[in-house]
Ligand binder design. Structure first.
Ligand code: GAR
Length: 212
């Protein structure tokens, strides 16, 4: 069974969705770069080992990433899952975990990489927004995409209401992506593309606002 380490920085609701999804893998640890991350308590309540590697204790990104990798490798992780982990990782760290490092981002990438995604989507007046799970590569939020979910943007949305609608979908697609990876139904191929042996399920179109 594959071993998974989850990295968080805050409340950890995506982490919680993974802990509660009965995944075909062993979640061996949750690591935070912040000692006061709420998600650490949630992980402990689920009986998961936790660790804190504070970025403040290291002189630069490379030193922090080296310390983080050492802790991750101590758990013999097959897959490293970023769940609201708000640190930019060095190229060296990303390359070390090539094909084994994934992230969830609150937008339909490649739109709205970076921060404040919901505010920017509202400002632009887009009618459809969403979330993305992708492999992490050295370019921020630009790695190969595993799965996305789209939601309508409503007339009276605020960043908070839109964020809640997107987060609900994050909690559905992240466990699915991890499940596929655990079962080796999807992977990163030699050309750096997402490959899969799953049958595609076309689903249906989201039209926003509706046609009627
Ligand atoms: C989530 O919305 C996640 O997509 C986002 O932070 C939130 C963490 O919430 N991640 C990023 O913005 C990464 N660039 P959570 O701690 O409740 O999972």
């Amino acid at each position: 069974m594959k071993k998974i380490v989850i990295l968080i920085s805050g409340r950890g609701s995506n982490m919680q969705s993974l802990l509660e999804a009965k995944l075909p893998c062993e979640i061996v640890a949750v690591i935070s770069n912040k000692a006061d991350a709420g998600g650490l308590t949630v992980a402990q309540e689920h009986g998961i080992a936790t660790a804190v590697v504070s970025h403040r204790d290291y002189a630069d990104r490379a030193a922090f990433d080296a310390a983080l990798a050492q802790v991750i490798d101590g758990y013999r992780a097959d897959l490293v899952v970023l769940a609201g982990f708000m640190r930019i990782l060095t190229d060296g760290f990303v390359e070390r975990y090539r094909g084994r490092l994934i992230n969830i981002h609150p937008s339909l990438l490649p739109a709205y990489a970076g921060t404040h995604t919901h505010e920017r989507a509202l400002q632009d007046g887009v009618k459809i927004h969403g979330c993305t799970v992708h492999f992490v590569t050295p370019t921020l939020d630009a790695g190969p995409i595993l799965i996305q979910a789209a939601v309508p943007v409503l007339r009276d949305d605020t960043p908070a209401s839109l964020s809640a609608r997107v987060l609900h979908e994050e909690h559905r697609i992240y466990p699915q992506a991890v499940r596929w990876l655990c079962r080796e139904q999807v992977w990163l191929d030699e050309q750096g593309r997402v490959a899969s042996n799953r049958l595609e399920q076309p689903g249906s179109a989201l039209v926003s606002p509706g046609l009627s």
